[in-house]
Design a protein around this ligand. Structure first.
Ligand SMILES: [Ca+2]
Length: 502
């Protein structure tokens, strides 16, 4: 690895940490397995928030959602926020984002404009002329739809048209498209799937950087396996639902949990007490589902991961073919996890189980990051900007509060942090959650609520015995609460050093 290494970040969206072939024999991800065998697989990586916008904004600002301002879905990252791409550009790097951004909401107001909102989202003439800058990325190729969502537009729609798919609207939901929501098998041919688009654009960009001898920070940002559970053939048939493990509720497990956990197991729960902004709240509804239907969903979810793996393989091959692999740090991860039956739940919400907040996380740098290793050292997505800048020898701005994981990635240090913080403020006061997780224990507190969670991940890795109210664990709860407070104090940014006595 030379003095000026390149950085390639590859992410999926909403991928459960265990959906890698090297961790789970029921799924096939040969290219990610290869990446893991050539690098280090981190088994204890966490998101700073289990929803898109807040956690993605942390990945480019090095701040927690409570600090960068994009505190929930439906908010935007303030354009005044400093991003890691600006530092790379300042150091002479080229910066590019291909795929999903979601730094801004689907609607805009005069006070809060958004390029990722209707109607500009689908003004293809605008996107024909616009390719950046956007939050520190000098060049972007963007889309906004998960599978067949009507939000389809931007550069992806242009690409489909350029590739000759004149009838692309037939594969998407109204009102943009013409086909009602599809299930499991997506009509779109694989060649026009956004995975193919992201790989093609990323490979083209790598080709350009290699030809011009430019250093780069490139983020290839995939949309899958974020539901809907929908994938083109033959990937929808790749896995036999009957052969898959289907996670399920452990009877009685929610008896000791906060009320919103129990309510997910009702047919028509009344979550009106949690409503504050008037907008939809993820996960606060019934999670009851049919087991066989979930098995089919999992088969398709795995198919989405395997399809994505194929195109990640193309990107890794291009890196190799252009002679960039030895000088490029590659990090693969996701923005947050996913529940597919675990604890009787589906998708995401205010349920900070490992399934939701823990991430697949692979780091590769030939000859520098130990190959074929696994590490239980704690990682957080908020550490990415700081770690990337330190890796490239670029000064870290004071705004960033993540820690440098470089020494851990290189195998020189055992750990860079002894805890991770996961925030989840989805409504201003009624859904305002904070989790402190360390090697053994995990504590979750709810703003102005007497309930919470305390799990012993060593004795209870399945997180079915909440110790919050256990008389024998009140001292531990107090100790963890104190640690959470210290962690909060420890992550306060200092925008300038003290430069005088007074
Ligand atoms: Ca997401």
């Amino acid at each position: 690895m030379g003095d000026r290494p390149n950085i390639l970040l590859i992410t999926s969206d909403q991928q459960h940490w265990a959906t890698l072939g090297c961790l789970n024999p029921e799924i096939q991800t040969p290219h990610l397995d290869r990446l893991a065998s050539e690098g280090t697989l981190f088994e204890r990586a966490y998101c700073p928030n289990p929803t898109c916008t807040p956690t993605r904004a942390s990945m480019i600002t090095g701040k927690y959602p409570s600090q960068h301002g994009a505190w929930s879905l439906g908010t935007k990252l303030p354009e005044s926020e400093h991003t890691v791409g600006e530092d790379f550009q300042g150091a002479g790097y080229r910066t590019s984002l291909v795929g999903k951004a979601h730094f801004q909401p689907l609607d805009a107001t005069e006070e809060y404009p958004s390029l990722e909102s209707y109607p500009v989202l689908q003004d293809l003439d605008f996107w024909r002329d616009f390719d950046g800058p956007f939050y520190g990325f000098e060049r972007v190729r963007l889309a906004r739809n998960h599978t067949d969502e009507a939000h389809v537009g931007q550069h992806y729609a242009l690409w489909m048209e350029e590739r000759g798919l004149a009838n692309w609207r037939e594969h998407f939901r109204p009102p943009t498209g013409t086909t009602p929501a599809q299930q499991h098998r997506w009509s779109i041919p694989e060649a026009y799937h956004y995975d193919a688009w992201i790989a093609e654009e990323t490979c083209r960009q790598l080709d350009e950087y290699a030809s011009e001898g430019e250093n780069f920070f490139l983020w290839a940002s995939f949309f899958d396996p974020h539901p809907s559970y929908l994938v083109p053939e033959p990937w929808d048939q790749m896995y036999d639902p009957a052969q898959l493990t289907v996670p399920a509720l452990t009877p009685g497990e929610h008896d000791s949990n906060p009320p919103h956990f129990r309510m997910t197991q009702e047919a028509k729960p009344d979550f009106s007490a949690w409503r504050e902004s008037g907008f939809g709240i993820h996960g606060y509804g019934s999670h009851l589902h049919d087991r066989d239907e979930m098995a089919k969903n999992i088969a398709v979810y795995y198919g989405m991961v395997s399809l994505m793996d194929k195109y990640i393989g193309q990107i890794l091959d291009q890196l190799e073919a252009r002679g960039l692999a030895d000088d490029t740090l590659v990090v693969f991860t996701t923005d947050h996890g996913h529940l597919f039956g675990q604890h009787g739940m589906n998708a995401k919400g205010g349920f900070h189980y490992e399934d939701l907040i823990r991430l697949p996380y692979i780091v590769r740098a030939p000859g520098v990051v130990p190959a074929g290793q696994r590490s239980r050292s704690l990682q957080s997505l908020v550490d990415l900007p700081v770690s990337f800048l330190c890796w490239a020898g670029i000064e870290v701005p004071r705004s960033m509060v993540g820690v440098d994981q470089g020494p851990v990635w290189r195998g020189e240090a055992v750990a860079a942090r002894d805890h991770c913080i996961v925030e989840n403020r989805h409504e201003p006061t009624t859904i305002h959650i904070k989790t402190y997780v360390e090697d053994r224990y995990k504590l979750t507190v709810y703003f102005q609520r007497d309930y919470g969670e305390l799990f012993d991940l060593q004795e209870d890795p399945g997180e079915v015995a909440n110790l919050w109210h256990s008389p024998a664990h009140q001292e531990l709860k107090a100790e963890l609460t104190r640690k959470l407070l210290f962690a909060e104090m420890g992550k306060e940014p200092l925008w300038m050093p003290r430069i005088a006595g007074a």
